[in-house]
Design a protein around this ligand. Structure first.
Ligand SMILES: [Fe+2]
Length: 180
């Protein structure tokens, strides 16, 4: 099961776990209330997995590619690592399926606190359009992930502040409705 927790404020290496002492775990239900969806899949058989096929069909995830984030494997590695860790949002859902390795997705909760989601092989996550988030490798320094998208992919990241976008406004409305 995916593990998530509230982060500490320490300026230490972004790849460190950054757990509070004592740890403050975040349940899947709380992630769901933020619009974050999680699934566990069989990453060893992603090429033939009927579950993945089913999800792609049901969610219209027509487009996909596979990205490897590792030193010497990804062009402009250092620069990309920095970019991924800038707090940002997108105008579309961000869907990632970890095929190998691991990493952290950080998302803001409704009180603007960072929640760290530890993603490992077999974990698929959907971050809703308009949620502020960021990504980092963990101390293993390696991840291979499938990127999925509804239609032609748009990877544009809008660094915070990006509150004026309709996608952000719609997300804030969703959060308010969840709280009622
Ligand atoms: Fe993103």
């Amino acid at each position: 099961m995916v593990e998530a927790w509230y982060m500490d404020e320490s300026p230490a290496d972004q790849r460190a776990p950054h757990r509070l002492q004592p740890n403050r775990a975040v349940a899947l239900q709380q992630l769901r209330e933020l619009g974050v969806r999680y699934r566990k899949l069989d990453a060893d058989n992603y090429e033939t997995d009927p579950c993945l096929k089913e999800i792609r069909k049901a969610e219209n995830y027509s487009w996909m590619d596979i990205i490897t984030i590792q030193k010497d494997k990804l062009p402009n590695y250092e620069e990309k690592i920095k970019t991924f860790y800038e707090e940002h949002l997108h105008l579309d859902d961000e869907i990632r399926y970890i095929l190998d390795g691991s990493g952290y997705f950080d998302v803001r909760d409704k009180d603007d606190k960072w929640i760290r989601i530890s993603m490992e092989k077999g974990d698929m996550i959907t971050l809703p359009a308009g949620i502020y988030h960021r990504f980092t490798l963990d101390e293993n320094n390696y991840v291979k992930a499938m990127r999925l998208f509804v239609g032609e992919p748009v990877w544009t990241a809008y660094n915070r502040p990006a509150d004026h976008f309709p996608a952000r406004k719609q997300y804030m409305k969703f959060l308010t409705e969840q709280a009622q």
